[in-house]
Ligand binder design. Structure first.
Ligand code: PA5
Length: 435
């Protein structure tokens, strides 16, 4: 079955008195800016200016991943140590595409230096059969590099040949990890220089963990390529971006992503980073909130339905479940209404009920429907949001590809920890503490 994606925005518009959805006049006011932004992004796409799209055609990255994977096949566990864009994408892949008997047990560990997590990790793995995939584009992020140093010593103490237990995914030329790899002869995979952290899931950053999980990475990448190449599919991302910008213009500065699939909860976390870090700058941006359908219908949805009105809801649903269970022979009269209905049907009906409940009180929502969830459609879903965020950034007039706020925090951290070269930052911190 070919992946079908549709974006239903019927409930986004102000069609009733009580509605805070997108108004006609907003559409008129924003039309020129929207058109201009879409044309600008389309031109840059045609001019091959987006690294995260262009890199997908560079087969040598896929080949390098396949070769690196063959070289670590002797191991059974892959521990992935990275943070932010060097972490969240592969986590999303794992949850979405889990296979029954993966070649490796893949554990994500890098996103905190909480010693409790380190104790638990070391308790749960056999070092002799473990490879640590240290992922950092800059090669110097504190959480990642500190854990590498510690784990290297742990491995050195337990086994002589520590290098074979490590695989670095890092910048092709620069950074501490690159230097360390050259000095210590540790195997590496390259992060393409033109792709930033949160856009890097379909590079060796996400693909090595993915192949170790048993994911068909060529299909995953092909799905994304097809999305980017299809005018029809790009229009879906443009429509989503346009609606986000129009809602923003009306003061709705939060978006809640609510997938109705346990396979897409980590994906929503990936989206949260992509949206916040790409758009939140220059005093602008749309704050992404991650919700879980249907669990949050019994929690946060009270707020979304009747609390302060400042967000739109964005649902994701999958139309065909790979497996499903139908209720039959119920025998409890009060629950007879469920006879013949399946769990997947209940799940998607929950989404519909939530959208209707919001519509009733005039709160906007939209839904992205995917015919199925597999490597191809997940590739498309990644590209949907990577392109959508670029369209929105262009509409807002912000640079989607930098993250000065995140960098500032990193610099403060280096200064606080006494790293050489950060003396001026240290002095700035002292001033800040006094003020
Ligand atoms: O999107 C980004 O640029 C960030 O979230 C980075 O991915 C994150 O800070 C980790 O950086 P690095 O890969 O350099 O360790």
């Amino acid at each position: 079955m070919k992946t079908q994606i549709s974006f239903n925005q019927n409930f986004l518009y102000a069609t009733a008195e009580n509605s805070v959805g997108i108004r006609k006049e907003t559409q008129t006011q924003t039309a020129e800016r929207v058109q201009h932004a879409i044309a600008a992004v389309e031109k840059k796409l045609a001019d091959h200016q987006y690294g995260f799209v262009e890199v997908l055609a560079e087969d040598h990255y896929l080949t390098a991943v396949e070769v690196a994977f063959e070289n670590i096949r002797w191991a059974k566990t892959l521990v992935v140590i990275g943070i932010g864009g060097s972490d969240l994408g592969a986590r999303a892949v794992q949850q979405a595409l889990e296979v029954e008997k993966p070649p490796f047990r893949v554990i994500f560990h890098g996103d905190s230096t909480d010693p409790v997590a380190i104790t638990r990790l070391l308790r749960s793995i056999n070092l002799d059969e473990t490879v640590f995939n240290i992922i950092s584009k800059s090669g110097e992020t504190v959480e990642t590099i500190s854990q590498y140093i510690y784990l290297k010593q742990v491995v050195q103490q337990s086994t002589g040949e520590w290098q074979k237990h490590f695989l670095f995914t890092t910048d092709e030329k620069n950074g501490i990890l690159r230097e360390e790899a050259d000095r210590e002869k540790v195997a590496t995979l390259p992060i393409p220089p033109t792709v930033g952290g949160r856009f890097s899931v379909l590079t060796p950053v996400g693909l090595l963990p993915a192949v170790a999980m048993g994911v068909d990475i060529r299909t995953l990448v092909r799905g994304a390529v097809e999305f980017a190449a299809s005018t029809e599919m790009r229009v879906l991302a443009q429509n989503f971006a346009t609606s986000q910008f129009q809602l923003y213009t009306q003061g709705m500065k939060l978006v809640v992503m609510a997938p109705y699939s346990v396979q897409l909860e980590e994906f929503a976390r990936w989206f949260r980073q992509l949206w916040a870090e790409s758009l939140g700058k220059d005093g602008k941006g749309i704050l992404p909130i991650q919700a879980r359908g249907p669990a949050d219908q019994h929690s946060q949805y009270q707020f979304y339905n009747q609390g302060t009105s400042m967000q739109s809801l964005f649902f994701i649903r999958i139309e065909h479940a790979a497996e499903d269970y139908t209720l039959s022979g119920i025998g409890v009269p009060a629950v007879q209404y469920l006879e013949g209905h399946s769990f997947h049907e209940i799940l998607n009906t929950e989404q519909e009920a939530s959208a209707l409940a919001l519509k009733k009180v005039g709160r906007p929502s939209a839904v992205l429907s995917m015919s199925k969830l597999d490597a191809d459609s997940l590739g498309k879903l990644f590209m949907f949001f990577e392109l959508a965020v670029v369209y929105v950034a262009e509409m807002l007039g912000v640079n989607a590809f930098d993250q000065p706020g995140v960098e500032e925090g990193k610099q403060m951290m280096y200064a606080l920890m006494g790293r050489a070269g950060f003396e001026a930052k240290r002095a700035e911190i002292e001033e800040l503490k006094k003020a």
